[in-house]
Design a binder for this molecule. Structure first.
Ligand code: FES
Length: 226
């Protein structure tokens, strides 16, 4: 196997050719934050949260899709890298619904975790905000496009792993969304309710429906034996 020598944060390492910088860094226990990256499923460099500085490169590079090269020198936590990640996060937050306390992913949200880790203490940008209706018609999942960060993890999981194809990207630019065919509710799509889209969603944009209130109602109903 052909091996490649590179330096990450001053540490010399050797990894097989074709390895990404992200994987090489992780093999050294160096943490690079990611949002859209889903190993072997979604490796498209969409969110740019994983940017790193590569000596000689004109701009910061997305480490999750950047193959290592001989002699490469990478910095994963320089001032430029930290500033870029902070701006990227604030841009995502600009159009994200931030009702965290009432979100079922509160304290279990990758976006929230990154904000905490990076010390995001204010919002510098006001994004064009489109308010989407929450899709609750399905018996198994709830889709809230207002919390979507367009990472594409759900789309690839649904299409390429589960081979269902219930959801995909729709529209362009700031109007881009994840949608079912003809923008119909997910209950009208070929969705089989497997919940794998919810399992990989880094935020609360797709969550498994929980019937907590229905259960209490049934328990409180004296005419129902439960
Ligand atoms: Fe690398 Fe999203 S994690 S671009």
């Amino acid at each position: 196997m052909e091996m490649v020598n590179l330096t990450i944060d001053g540490i010399k390492t050797q990894v097989p050719k074709g390895t990404t910088v992200l994987a090489a860094a992780r093999s050294l226990n160096i943490n690079i934050p990611t949002l859209c990256f889903l190993k072997d499923i979604n490796e498209v460099g969409a969110c740019r949260m994983c940017v790193v500085e590569v000596k000689g490169a004109r701009s910061l590079q997305a480490s999750c899709v950047l193959p290592v090269a001989e002699g490469m020198e990478v910095k994963t936590n320089s001032k430029d890298v930290r500033e870029a990640r902070s701006v990227i996060l604030k841009l995502i937050l600009a159009r994200h619904e931030r009702e965290c306390l009432t979100c079922s992913r509160n304290l279990n949200c990758e976006l929230q975790k990154l904000c905490e880790e990076m010390g995001i203490d204010g919002l510098d940008f006001q994004g064009e905000k489109i308010t989407y209706a929450v899709d609750t018609a399905s018996p198994s999942v709830v889709r809230d496009q207002n919390k979507c960060i367009l990472c594409g993890d759900c789309v690839r999981m649904c299409n390429e792993v589960q081979n269902v194809g219930a959801i995909d990207f729709a529209h362009r630019g700031s109007k881009m969304t994840i949608s079912c065919a003809f923008e119909r509710p997910i209950a009208d799509s070929p969705c089989v309710g497997c919940g794998q889209c919810a399992a990989v969603c880094p935020t609360g944009a797709i969550v498994v429906k929980y019937d907590f209130h229905k259960i209490w109602k049934a328990l409180d109903d004296k005419n129902t034996k439960v």
